[in-house]
Design a protein around this ligand. Sequence first.
Ligand code: ZN
Length: 227
Amino acid sequence: MIRAISCSTVMQCARAIALIVLVGGCDAPRVTRPDFAYDPTVLTARKLYHWTSGTTIRVWAVLDVNDAIDLGVATRTALSVWNAVPQFAEYSLVMASSIDSADVVIYDRASAAPVTPGSCAFDPRGAAGYTYFCPGSGIPTRAEHLTLSNVRASSIVVVMRVDRGQATSQSAYNALVAHEFGHALGIGGHSDSTADVMYGAPTKATPTTRDIATLRYVLGQVPAFTL
Ligand SMILES: [Zn+2]
């Protein structure tokens, strides 16, 4: 039903309309982006990066060994906790159906590397976790697609290597994997707060308000690199 607004004078009508607009304005949800809690560019020479807004990020986990500390469990945990962070559907992490359709690959140090390094140096050394992408040689603001180890082309742009040998439990491994996903989503820095997932030696797998604020800040910026 449409109800007519009756006004005795033009001025009253103008006031009524202005009031409706004002009330409407007050009722509209206001979502603002937070400031970062820690610098998200310390590890990337002050360069911000993130995925194209709205991307469905397909993740392939290389499951090669039946270990009590399971990469599949840790990966699914990371997808769940980080998928709760976007305010404007900037990304959605899903498990890929195959490595051929993946954008991100994660593997344990116990497995063979699933991709070739690309045009820049992949150098994890003895790190418990290492996340890597390579600025494209053709388009320097886009991360390059990496080639699978069997020489097939792929859509993979981010590689994560983790080392269960440096995790004492499944929960410690979950924290390590969640931390690397924080890097893969755009946090190119570390927190100095031990409770944060992005602390340099993480023990928690669930992003804190500080982790969430930092990634939400990143997602609102124009990146130097698009994944
Ligand atoms: Zn890190």
